[in-house]
Structures are given as C-alpha cells and as structure tokens.
Write a protein that binds this ligand. Structure first.
Ligand SMILES: Nc1ncnc2c1ncn2[C@@H]1O[C@H](COP(=O)(O)OS(=O)(=O)O)[C@@H](OP(=O)(O)O)[C@H]1O
Ligand SMILES: Nc1ncnc2c1ncn2[C@@H]1O[C@H](COP(=O)(O)OP(=O)(O)O)[C@@H](O)[C@H]1O
Length: 298
C-alpha cells in the first residue's frame, strides 16, 4: 500500500482515540509517516498500531476514509471528500462528505427531494394513495420511491413485531431511509400506519424545515373495517391477532399535519370510481408539491 498516496488523497484526517488524541488533526504527509513508524507499541494495548511490514493490516481505523488502493488511485484531489466527527454511541466513526451535493443531484433531476409521510389506520388507503401519487409524479417526469410499511417489513424490518417498541423502531428506520432518499433528490413516499405522534415528529425532525410533508388518511375506523381487504380486522375482532391498531392498540391522529385526506368512500363503489377518487387524492398532494417548489430545481 502506498501510504503517501493515502495521505495525499485523504488530506485531512482524524486520529483515532486509540492514538490518545480525540481532536481533529490535519496531518502532513511527513507527520503521518512519522506517526506510522513511531507508533509501534503500547503496554496497555491502546496504541497497538504496528507499522512497517504489516502496515496495511493495522490501518483499519482509517477504513471509512481510505478504502482500497484501487479506490484511492481513482480519486483525485478535486474529488476528495471531507470528513468530520459525529456525535453518537460510536466514537470512532467519522462522516465522509462527498463533493457531489444534494443540490447537484436536485439540479440533475430537476426536482427537490422530500418525504411524503402517509399515516393512517390499516385500510385507510395509504398504499393506494402512495401508488397513485407515484404514478402521477412519474407521468410528470418526477422521480419518486415508495417505502411501504408492509413491504419494508418483508426485508429491512423483518425482525420487528407490532409491539410498541418495535413499531417505534420500524418508524425510526423508515424515517432514516426516507431521509437518505430525500438527500438523493428523490420524492420519497413513506406509507405506514406510524401510529405514534412522537415517532412521526422524530422523523420530521430528521429533515430540513418543510421537507417532511405529513399526509393523514382521515378515515373512520368503521370504514376501514368495512373494507378489510386482508381480513385482518375480522381476525383481530376474533382475538386471533393481538394488538391490532384501532382495535386493541392505539392510533394517535396528527394534530397539525400538512395535508388531510378524507378517503371515506366505501368498498361498494365501482373500481373506476375508486380509481378516480385516488387520482383526485394524488392530485391534492401533487398540487401541494408544485406550489411549494418541489417539482422544479430549487
Ligand atoms: N397488529 C397489527 N397492527 C396493525 N397492522 C398489522 C398488525 N399485524 C399485521 N399488520 C399488517 O401490517 C401492516 C402495518 O405495518 P406498518 O409497518 O405500517 O405498521 S406500524 O407503522 O409499525 O404500526 C398493515 O398494513 P396496512 O393494512 O397496509 O396498514 C397490516 O397489514
Ligand atoms: N378512495 C377509495 N375508495 C374506495 N376504496 C378504496 C379507496 N381507497 C382505498 N380503497 C380500498 O381500501 C382498501 C385498503 O386500501 P389500502 O391502500 O390497502 O390501505 P392501507 O395501505 O392504508 O391499508 C383497498 O381494498 C383499496 O382498494
């Protein structure tokens, strides 16, 4: 491994607390190489970096910023990113900024990344609205992606139950992923029951002001229950599902959200009428996005 190349590429790096220094340090190539050759032993094991012949095996503390020889050689000084320390449980993790920014991505796809957070009871029409909205945006040439509660629970969140603590974790993870999508410049549509105000507020707080757009599917329980497309309310009423939202688990409606949709039509309506009402609902959200500048380069 070419250490000089590492230093040139990284430019600015942070010394791990394993070195006994916690403050960011700008290392010159000479100082870095000196550090490499001098830091070779520590009786307590806290300075256990051994450089020289086995150098490459001992550089794991730099992994977030140095990666492999191959990736290093492909970087040039004008494309190098910035690192900074973060707060959190993981003391030795550093953030690496990329010079291609959110603004660059938004300019490329001519839209502003945001999160449309659709909340409501099971059967209130969250997934239907998410799909209709994604279609409406697609037709306008706008890039969106749906994170549906049911779907995400098939993969990323397949370790989570419907206990309160797991629902909170489900919402937290989806909030974090949605934030990444928004950072990519994408209009991320998250559709999950997300029954708790506190967790929804925490997801809102992850995003810049205005970029979290909460949509409440305001549908009475009896309408959702009459629809019961998956037969889950029936099973919950029969005691076969415990802790079902609206039946024996709480749902806290938003008190101050951006959009309220009253999707009260019952299931006896024809499918063409349902789809036209879905188009109308999607259009409400599209208009909001349009009026607030999300459908053009910011
Ligand atoms: N106990 C219980 N309570 C509520 N919902 C249940 C439950 N068990 C399974 N399901 C099915 O899971 C879907 C909800 O998943 P979510 O991830 O959106 O829920 S939550 O936000 O974590 O509360 C939900 O999907 P939707 O009907 O689309 O809302 C149900 O199909
Ligand atoms: N506007 C509407 N009119 C009539 N039925 C609807 C409407 N919106 C949704 N539905 C129906 O309600 C059921 C639940 O919708 P869904 O989108 O799966 O809700 P959720 O994702 O909130 O559980 C589905 O059978 C769907 O076709």
């Amino acid at each position: 491994m070419d250490i000089a190349a590492v230093v040139r590429c990284v430019g600015r790096c942070y010394v791990s607390p394993a070195f006994g220094e916690s403050e960011p340090l700008r290392l010159s190539e000479r100082r870095f190489l000196k550090l490499c050759s001098s830091t070779n032993s520590d009786p307590a094991g806290s300075r256990s970096l051994i450089f020289g012949g086995k150098l490459h095996r001992r550089l794991s503390f730099f992994r977030p910023i140095m990666a492999t020889d191959e990736s290093i050689s492909s970087r040039s000084s004008d494309c190098a990113g910035e690192t900074k320390q973060i707060n959190g449980k993981q003391k030795n993790i550093v953030w690496h900024d990329c010079p291609v920014t959110k603004s660059d991505r938004q300019e490329l796809i001519k839209q502003k990344g945001c999160v449309i957070w659709i909340t409501g009871l099971s059967g209130s029409g969250k997934s239907s609205l998410a799909c209709a909205l994604s279609r409406a945006l697609h037709n306008r040439g706008k890039l969106s992606y749906i994170l549906d509660g049911d779907n995400v629970r098939h993969g990323l969140n397949n370790d989570l139950s419907f206990e309160a603590e797991d629902r909170a974790e489900n919402i937290r993870r989806v909030g974090e992923v949605a934030k990444l999508f928004a950072d990519a410049g994408i209009i991320c549509i998250a559709s999950l029951i997300s029954p708790y105000r506190r967790e929804r507020a925490a997801c809102r707080a992850l995003l810049p002001e205005g970029d979290f757009i909460e949509v409440f599917m305001d549908v009475p329980l009896h309408v959702c229950e009459a629809r019961d497309p998956k037969g889950l309310y029936k099973r919950a009423r029969a005691g076969k599902i415990k802790g079902f939202t609206g039946v024996d688990d709480p749902y806290e409606p938003p008190m101050d959200c951006e959009i309220v949709i009253q999707n009260n039509r019952d299931k006896s309506l024809s499918s063409s009428s349902t789809s036209s009402s879905l188009c109308e609902m999607a259009e409400i959200v599209v208009s909001y996005l349009d009026q607030n500048g999300y459908l053009k380069t910011p």
